[in-house]
Design a protein around this ligand. Structure first.
Ligand SMILES: [Zn+2]
Length: 210
């Protein structure tokens, strides 16, 4: 269908296809949905997109995406240091992981966003990670524990291994990684062996011997 569309709509369609998981058919559905919007909505949507580089920027300390208020980056995590536990620093790959973790109310420390995971296949090498900023973050916060909240993938494993080595000059800081295990509500018979292996490795002690 798309090759018969007016050129401007084909260009818009090409942008809509950039969304992860959106194929040709879904992009076409989105396109025709947008065409039904009121002009005001289209204007507001486009001006939000146009303003994004000015209104949303990375926090200079943790690199999480933050709103710019009065030309100052207003980080949701760093703006009020008294509300965060500076003894814990959580390393995530992407800004969205910070917001996801915040939803769980399971972590009250600080964050640092790597922006990517090491992946030679995708051209991501240590030089592409903000490692010096990472060290600066550690020196400023002086945490007792660094928690790696990274994907349970080859890239996540490689990044944790590299960072452990890179940060070996901080012997007093404990390193931990979020546990891997079976999804809530699932039965063992449906869990793949790799996940089960990780779950066994990450098991929790329910009772210590007396
Ligand atoms: Zn921040």
């Amino acid at each position: 269908m798309s090759k018969h569309l007016p050129k401007k709509l084909q260009q818009l369609l090409a942008f809509l296809r950039k969304w992860p998981g959106v194929g040709q058919k879904t992009a076409e559905r989105y396109l025709f949905e947008i065409l039904k919007w009121k002009e005001d909505d289209i204007q507001n949507f486009s001006s939000l997109l146009i303003d994004l580089p000015k209104t949303i920027q990375s926090c200079p300390d943790c690199l999480a995406l933050s709103e710019v208020v009065d030309q100052k980056v207003h980080c949701p995590f760093c703006h009020d240091l008294s509300r965060r536990d500076s003894s814990q620093l959580c390393i995530v790959a992407d800004s969205k992981d910070c917001f996801h973790l915040e939803e769980t109310n399971s972590f009250g420390g600080h964050y640092f966003v790597l922006g990517a995971l090491l992946s030679p296949l995708k051209g991501v090498f240590p030089d592409n990670l903000p490692l010096e900023k990472h060290k600066l973050r550690i020196q400023n916060l002086n945490p007792e524990e660094i928690v790696f909240a990274l994907d349970s993938t080859v890239e996540g494993d490689a990044t944790v291994s590299y960072l452990k080595q890179f940060l070996s000059g901080y012997p007093k800081i404990a390193f931990s990684r979020i546990a891997f295990g079976i999804p809530l509500g699932s039965s063992l018979e449906y869990v793949d062996s790799g996940t089960l292996f990780r779950a066994m490795q990450s098991r929790l002690r329910l009772k210590d011997p007396r």
